[in-house]
Every structure is written in C-alpha cells, then in structure tokens.
Design a binder for this molecule. Structure first.
Ligand SMILES: [Zn+2]
Ligand SMILES: [Zn+2]
Length: 243
C-alpha cells in the first residue's frame, strides 16, 4: 500500500526473512497476530529490525483468556532461562495491543478482527484499503469431517474479498485422524472462499509433513479452479492486488 507502513500478519519464522529484506532502513510495522501459539510468535525475538534503536513494532493479538495481557504472556516466554533477554531489552520498541471483535483504523486502512474457531482465543483479520480487501484466517477449525459451514465472524471477514489467505493444513484422510486439532482440509479452505465470494484463495499453514512434491500436486489440482482462483502459498510469494 503506497504511503503506508508495513502491515504484517503473525510473527512466525517467515518474519525473519521480511526483516532481513528491509536491511537497515528505518522500520515500523503494525503486526496482527492471529493467536499466541508458538508457530505464530516464535519469530519475534529473532526479528532483525528490533536489533536497531528507533525501529518500532506494534503487535496486535487476541486478549488472552485469564492470563493477563498479551504483553504479560510474551514476558513469560521471553525471559531467562528460555531466552537471554526480555522484549524490553531489545533495542527496538515493541508495543502490544490486546484485541477482540473490533475495527482498527490505520490512516485510511481499516483492519477488522473477529474471533474464529481454533484452539484457544484466535482472531481472523480483514484489511480494507482503497476498495481492495484481504482476509487472513491462518488457523481455522472445520466443524467436522465433510462438514461445510462457517460462523458469522468468518463470513464477515471473508465476504467478497480480493484475496483470502486460509488454513489448508490437512488432506481429508489426515483430518479424519485429527479433526479436533484446530485446523481444516484443503477442500474446506477452497469451499470457504467460494461460499464467501472470495476472488482468490491462497492455501496457507501447510502441514509440516507436506513436502514440495506434495504441494506441487495440490497446486496442479487446485490450479484448475476458476472461481475462486486458488494458489498454494510459499515463502517469498508476492500477490499483487489492484492495478
Ligand atoms: Zn494454533
Ligand atoms: Zn498455527
């Protein structure tokens, strides 16, 4: 978005590559974290921009249930002996914001957050700017095997988006064995996009056992979809929206 600071989703290992790419230029980003499971926050202490004074990171995440604030939870995992320093010891400045079902206005960018089904409090997000929209639902519990339904919050986030980035952790057989692990099938991700009128779906949050060969097969099958257009997300992928 020209003229805007960076908007990030989650702080997984991929955030390190973003930080390295930005080099030594002054950095500020608003980062919307879906939930506080390890795979979504473990990149925070290794985020290169935070090693330089003057850089800032605003982190938005779901208000924890009975565990204090987001900042309190992060303090419990970024401290000795688990890690040599705490967040406040980093040269860059991190500010935490607790979120629920709400809207956050960043200039002329609107970010909507809604609770979505997973394990523990989890938010999905929708970003709208200049007539374009992106929804991000990284971890989304499918209601059951071969059950295709979505809650009102998911519907609100995904309705008519230009791009839906969605959990696609399991094949149907894998989901049968792990149907209460907080995730969904590839088919469910595509169904959600189609039912909500999304123009494009990026399959995301691949199971760690899904290697490149397997994901290439998924891409070749899903690539036949016209509505919505389906792509398999990978590290470094760029999707341009608008003119
Ligand atoms: Zn999770
Ligand atoms: Zn996850």
């Amino acid at each position: 978005m020209p003229g805007h600071d960076t908007i990030m989703f989650d702080l997984g290992t991929g955030s390190r590559y973003l930080g390295i790419e930005r080099g030594v230029e002054p950095f500020h980003a608003d980062c919307f974290v879906s939930h506080l499971h390890w795979d979504h926050i473990q990149g925070l202490p290794f985020f290169p921009p935070l090693l330089r004074p003057g850089n800032r990171l605003d982190v938005y995440a779901p208000r924890p249930d009975g565990h204090g604030s987001v900042a309190d939870v992060v303090d419990t995992i970024l401290c000795p002996p688990l890690f040599p320093v705490g967040v406040t010891d980093l040269p860059g400045e991190v500010t935490f914001h607790d979120l629920g079902n709400q809207e956050v206005q960043l200039g002329d960018v609107t970010v909507s957050s809604r609770y979505i089904p997973h394990i523990g409090r989890t938010l999905g997000y929708r970003v709208e700017w200049n007539g374009l929209s992106v929804a991000y639902l990284s971890d989304h519990q499918q209601p059951g095997v071969d059950v295709y339904d979505m809650c009102p919050g998911v519907e609100a986030l995904c309705r008519d988006v230009d791009l839906l980035i969605h959990d696609a952790q399991y094949t149907r057989d894998e989901f049968i064995a792990r149907s209460d692990w907080g995730h969904c099938t590839i088919d469910y991700a595509i169904w959600t996009g189609k039912a909500a009128g999304a123009k494009q779906v990026a399959l995301f949050h691949h199971d760690p056992t899904h290697d490149d060969r397997m994901l290439d097969q998924v891409a070749s099958v899903c690539g036949r979809h016209c509505t919505p257009n389906v792509v398999v997300a990978r590290e470094g992928l760029t999707i341009q929206l608008g003119a």
